[in-house]
Write a protein that binds this ligand. Structure first.
Ligand code: SAM
Length: 191
């Protein structure tokens, strides 16, 4: 096996592999170019379901193209809306929610996730998480909005009750240029 601890995106993917099984339901809260949505689709299988949110038309178009080529469209619900409105769409509990924050790679860097709406979405995701389920937050503190999101998410998640949630914050402390960081919130399973 190669290195596991190379970057937080790979760590987040390893956690997805551990958590998701065929038939599970998951949410990609920032679909972007659809890479994470497609990855989640491969893990939940044809009986599972992946909801994917983004506010940008380009993200929806790129993701649909990718999913169609992989034959994954039937197991997805593509939603062009902000993740802060997730409660308007998802009434069922999910096993995993992932946020890959920031702006669309190759797109308009002015359109980026914002701390207030991100926090609202994370709060709502807590309410739709199955026991043993997990929320993964990939944060990019190298730009101003990302730094503000990091501080807001750190503050919010570090105050969650440890009897209900396991919270971990993973960052590469010996890397230069503000590398991405990962916050994981796992809902404690009482069984
Ligand atoms: C870093 S990209 C996501 C990358 C993506 N997961 C992938 O695999 O390609 C962040 C995305 O978040 C989207 N975004 C920004 N604000 C949002 C919001 N309130 N709700 C949902 N998506 C949002 C942006 O449009 C952008 O496409």
């Amino acid at each position: 096996m190669g290195n596991v601890f190379t970057n937080v995106v790979e760590i987040a993917k390893s956690i997805c592999r551990l958590k998701l099984a065929p038939g599970d339901w998951a949410v990609d809260c920032t679909m972007g170019n659809g890479n994470d949505t497609a990855f989640l689709c491969s893990l939940v299988g044809e009986k599972g379901k992946v909801y994917a949110f983004d506010i940008q038309e380009d993200a929806v178009l790129n993701t649909c193209k990718k999913l169609r080529a992989l034959n994954f469209l039937e197991r997805t619900e593509i939603i062009r809306d902000g993740h802060q409105n997730i409660d308007n769409y998802l009434k069922e509990k999910v096993k995993l929610a992932i946020f890959n924050l920031g702006y669309l790679p190759g797109g308009n860097h002015e359109i980026t996730t914002e701390k207030d709406t991100t926090l609202e979405a994370v709060r709502k995701c807590l309410g739709i998480l199955r026991p043993n389920g997990i929320i993964l937050l990939v944060i990019y503190p190298g730009h101003a909005n990302g730094k503000a999101e990091k501080e807001a998410l750190k503050s919010f998640t570090s105050q969650l009750n440890q009897k209900t949630y396991n919270v971990a914050h993973i960052c590469f402390t010996n890397q230069v240029n503000n590398p991405p960081e990962l916050i994981c919130i796992e809902k404690v399973c009482s069984e």
